[in-house]
Design a protein around this ligand. Structure first.
Ligand code: GTP
Ligand code: MG
Length: 195
C-alpha cells in the first residue's frame, strides 16, 4: 500500500513529448475543479505531487506521473471552464484527441464527476469520447464527503442515468478528505496494469 516512488516525468503538449517508457497509462478527465489533480495526490499519498487549486483551470498540459515505474497517471486540463476562449477549447480538443487516438499505452480512462451534481453536457460528451475511442471507462464521483450517506443511492443513480453508463462500467464514490474509495479504486486500476 505504501507508494515509494512517484514523480512527474513530463508535461506534454504534443505526441512527440509523450514518455517512451512503455508503461501502462491511466488518464483522468473531468470538469475543471472536479478534483483530478487532488485525486492523484490522494491515490499516491502525496500532498503536492500534482498541483491543485481552488480556482479552475490550474492544469494546462498533459502531465505524466510515473508511479512506482509501474504506470503513469495522466492528468489533463479540465473542461467546462467558462473563461476559456474558443481557441483554447480547440487546443484542448486537439490535445485530447491526439492522445486518445494514438496512444497504445492507454489502458483505462477515468471520468471524474462531482458527486453532488448532475453530470453536465460536457461530462456526457467526455464519456462518449472514451467510448468512441474504445477506452475502458471507470467513473469516479468526487467530493463524496459533501453528501450524506442517506443520499448516496439517489446521487449515484442520477449520475448513472444522465451519463447513460453502460451496465459493465463501474462507478466509485471518492473523497480526498476521508479517502473513501481509494482502496477499491486502486484494486480496480491494478486489474488494468499488466505485469
Ligand atoms: P483543473 O486542474 O482546473 O482542471 O482542476 P482539478 O480537477 O485538477 O481540481 P483540483 O484537484 O485542483 O481540485 C479543485 C478543488 O477541489 C480544490 O480546492 C480541492 O481541494 C477540492 N477538492 C478536490 N477533491 C475533493 C474532495 O474529495 N472533497 C472536497 N471536499 N474537496 C475536494
Ligand atoms: Mg488539475
Amino acid at each position: 500500500d505504501k507508494i515509494q516512488h512517484a514523480d512527474i516525468t513530463i508535461s506534454a503538449v504534443s505526441p512527440s513529448q509523450y514518455p517512451d517508457d512503455g508503461l501502462t497509462e491511466i488518464v483522468l478527465a473531468g470538469r475543471s475543479n472536479v478534483g483530478k489533480s487532488t485525486f492523484i495526490n490522494t491515490m499516491v499519498n502525496r500532498k503536492k505531487l500534482a498541483r491543485t487549486s481552488g480556482k479552475p483551470g490550474k492544469t494546462r498540459t498533459l502531465n505524466f506521473f510515473n508511479i512506482e515505474n509501474e504506470l503513469f497517471f495522466v492528468d489533463v486540463p479540465g473542461y467546462g471552464y467558462a473563461k476559456v476562449s474558443n481557441a483554447e477549447q480547440n487546443k484542448w480538443g486537439r490535445m485530447m484527441t491526439d492522445y486518445f487516438a494514438t496512444r497504445k499505452e492507454l489502458a483505462l480512462g477515468i471520468l471524474l464527476v462531482d458527486f453532488r451534481h448532475e453530470p453536465t453536457e460536457q461530462d456526457i460528451q467526455m464519456y462518449d469520447l472514451y467510448k468512441y475511442y474504445d477506452i475502458p471507462v471507470l467513473i469516479v464521483a468526487t467530493k463524496a464527503d459533501k453528501i450524506k450517506k442517506s443520499k448516496y443511492n439517489k446521487h449515484s443513480s442520477i449520475i448513472r442515468k444522465t451519463l447513460e453508463i453502460e451496465p459493465g462500467d463501474k462507478l466509485f464514490t471518492f473523497s480526498s478528505m476521508t479517502r473513501e474509495g481509494r482502496k477499491e479504486i486502486w484494486d480496480e486500476i491494478l486489474t488494468y496494469v499488466r505485469d
